[in-house]
Structure formats: structure tokens, C-alpha cells
Design a protein around this ligand. Sequence first.
Ligand SMILES: Cc1cc2nc3c(=O)[nH]c(=O)nc-3n(C[C@H](O)[C@H](O)[C@H](O)COP(=O)(O)OP(=O)(O)OC[C@H]3O[C@@H](n4cnc5c(N)ncnc54)[C@H](O)[C@@H]3O)c2cc1C
Length: 446
Amino acid sequence: MTWYHPGMYDAAKPAGSIWEETAPPLPAGTDLGPCGDETCEVAIIGGGYTGLSCAFHLASEFSTDVRLLEAGTLGWGASGRNGGFCTLPPSSLPLQSLLARFGEAEAKRFIFSQLEAISFVRSFAAKQGFAIEPQGEGELHVAHAPSRYAGLAEESRILKEKFGISAKLLPREEVTERFYDSREQFGALLMPTGFGLHPLRLARGLAAAAARAGAKLHGASPVIRWERKGADHLLVTPSGTIRARRVVVATNGFTRSPMPPALADRIIPVMSNILVTRPLTDDEIATQNWQTESPCANTRSLLFYYRMLPDRRFLFGARGDTTGKPEDGARMRRYMERRLGEVFPGWAQVEITHSWRGFVCMSLGGTPSIGSLPDEPSVYFALGYHGNGVAAAPWSGRMLAQVIGDKEDFSAIPAAMRGVPASIPFPALRGWYLRAALGYYRLMDL
Ligand SMILES: Cc1cc2nc3c(=O)[nH]c(=O)nc-3n(C[C@H](O)[C@H](O)[C@H](O)COP(=O)(O)OP(=O)(O)OC[C@H]3O[C@@H](n4cnc5c(N)ncnc54)[C@H](O)[C@@H]3O)c2cc1C
């Protein structure tokens, strides 16, 4: 367990998101419910995008006998409750640091793989015939203060020169005229890639496709003990056990015991919080001159991310709650309501109908981690998408399936995403490190 309030891990509790009210239910027979005593070739722990995509590809491409165990309902974790930004990149590192750390060739491989991840989500949904409500073309990175515009210009230069990506730098006036106005809008970079989607539709679509392909998916099946039985793994749940040759850990920010310390002690779950308003009227929308369906994120280190949903509700996200206690969730909601009104004064009085939160997953390296454990090669993992897993997690699940199915080897994974996360000195102190980091970022954002 981590330092967060246990209520954050209560998988019987719905997230409280707008998505739960608007997604079609899972087709009957997709979720087989609590598992009994079974054996299989590959057992996957975690029923979010990573686990479901891995299950789908193992079953459909390699006819693998695969079972997935999810503590809650399928998609209960971050996959069913995120902001729906299907955008670049799954990393906390600035482009310059990516280039310096991995070299130009590997930095390119990483970014290009994640451009492919964005297209993969769209084409997967189309091929499997489910709707994800795509919105917008591209993503706006918005300068929240005049001093941040120069940083966007530099980002635009690197994107063009090193990656061949033409992102358009837009001065404040042009953003006001074509996209929206706000007290914290001082120009923006329009990324040509990315779009918004309905995250729970994606999770349920992946689940339905995986079940159709032959994967056995068990909701309400938390793994509470993990033992070795000779060459096999035995995963124990309250209702039964799964014995498997290989195990995939796909638990990301919601990772709880019993997970190998080489993963559990090296990740940093960070809370992300979302508010959604009631549908806005034409007059209200006009107060901020809002005209875009593209997702937007600003340049704060503790970023605000926002977008207009198809029914004209405004979604507003932020980070900063470090305990998961109910009272801190309520405090965070009050803070976000106030900040929403300050950033978009025209909407200061608009009723908030939904608020929820969940874990994203960070690591010290600043990029995702995909691979198998060096001392337990039959244990595979993909996690640590740094708050940007809508595209990266389905892609990573597929990549793991291809490695497990021997279609690819680990060298197919860009170096920036390959191998276990970096170790963290004194992992028990992670909650304190996080509070210190958030305090620092708050200062940087002033
Ligand atoms: C509020 C919020 C907003 C976000 N917004 C965005 C966004 O707009 N764009 C973006 O790209 N990313 C966003 N993210 C991040 C994104 O949702 C994640 O990166 C992605 O969903 C990770 O998918 P996953 O399958 O790896 O993990 P998850 O979807 O979190 O799934 C992990 C699952 O593992 C299960 N689990 C854990 N332990 C066990 C166990 N012992 N036994 C059985 N099951 C277990 C959990 O119940 C959970 O359902 C957001 C996340 C949050 C929380």
C-alpha cells in the first residue's frame, strides 16, 4: 500500500465521473466476474487500457490462453476516469532533456512511436466498431503567463528541427480570435496531433474487443497474494486462484499489494482531479469566446488541462491533492472551483455537476517503463505514463503482447520506455518527496 488514504483503492466505489453516466454498458458476457480456480498461459493484473490491450492482442494475434484480473469493474482505474486527452507525450521530460538523455535517434523513436499510439487508438476503435466521441484536431499548449510564450517558441523550434513536427505558434490575439480567451491565455502552441475522446467508451470498447477475441476478463477479482508454484505463478483472489506461466503487471498508478518491489517501490502515484460543469449556454460560451473542441493544457508545472465536451459541459483538470483523504478531496474541489472562475471569469458562477479524482503514475526517469523483471523474466510490466496514457497505454499493452508472443523482442521498445523504472532512495518517503516537489512547483508557477 502507499501513503494515500485507503478509500482511494476502494474498487467497489464508482469514480463519480461524467463518463460513468454517459458510456454504454459493457456487452453481456464481457466481464466474467470473480474468478474461480483456473490455469492459463498468461495472467494480466489490471483491467485498464494497458491490461485490456495486452489481453486483446495476446488473444487475437497469438491465440494465447489469457485471463485478466481487475479489482473493480473493467476500466475502473485511471482508464475509465481520465480527461480523455489522446495526446503527446507520455513523459514529464522537456524535449531538450529527452534529446540529451537518449540521443536524437532514440528520442525520435520514442516520439514517433507515440504519434503512432495516437493513430492506433483512433483506428482500433474504428476497426472494432465502437464510438469514442473524438473531438478536435490537435492540442493547444497555452502560455499561462506572458513569460512562458518564449518557452513555447523554443518547443516549436525543437519539434520542427529535431522531429519534423510542424506545431504552429499562435500569439495571444490569434488564440483569442480563433480558439478562446482567458485571464491565463498569453499565446499558444497548436500541436498538429492529438484529440479528445470519451475515456470510458475506449476502456469498454477495448474490453468488449478483448472478450470477443477470446480473452477471459474477471472484474471484482483483486489479487491479494502472489506465490510461486515451481515454474508457475499463483495469483490469489478472494474468490479463487489463477495459475499462470507468465504474469503481466498492468496496474499503473493504482498499483497496490502484492506487487514486486522492483515495480511497486519505484513508482510515484500522483493524484489528478477533474471538475465538469453543467452544459453551458450560448451566452456563457460567448463570454470566453470559446470556439474549439481541441483539448488544451497550460504551461503551469502543476498544469491545468481543459476541454469542451460534446454536450458543452466544460471539463477542467488539475493536480495537487497529496493525501487522498475525503476532506482533502473536498478542499481540492473548492480550490479548483475558485481557480476555474479566476481563469475563466465568465463561468465563475456555473454549477459544477461532477468532480472526481484518481492516480496517474510517475517515476524518477520521467518516461514510461515497459519490459520484464531482470530477476523474474516471466513477469512483464508496462506502466508510468506520466499522466498521459490514453494513447501510450493501449500502445504499450500491444507492445507487451507482441514481445510475449515472440513477434518482437525488447529492442522493439524505444530505449526511453524500456526496462524497470529507476529506483527511488528510501521509497517509504515518497509521500514527503511528492509534497516537497508540489510545493516547489507551486512556487515556480507564481
Ligand atoms: C483524473 C485523471 C485524468 C487523466 N487524464 C488523462 C488524459 O486526459 N490523457 C491521458 O493521456 N492520460 C490521462 N490520465 C492518465 C491515464 O488515464 C492513464 O495513464 C492510463 O489510463 C493508464 O492505464 P492503465 O491501464 O495502465 O492503468 P489503470 O487504468 O489505472 O488500470 C490499472 C488497474 O489495475 C487495477 N489493480 C491494481 N492493483 C490490482 C490488484 N492487486 N488486483 C487486481 N487489479 C488491480 C486497478 O483497479 C486499475 O483498474 C489521467 C488519469 C487520471 C486519474
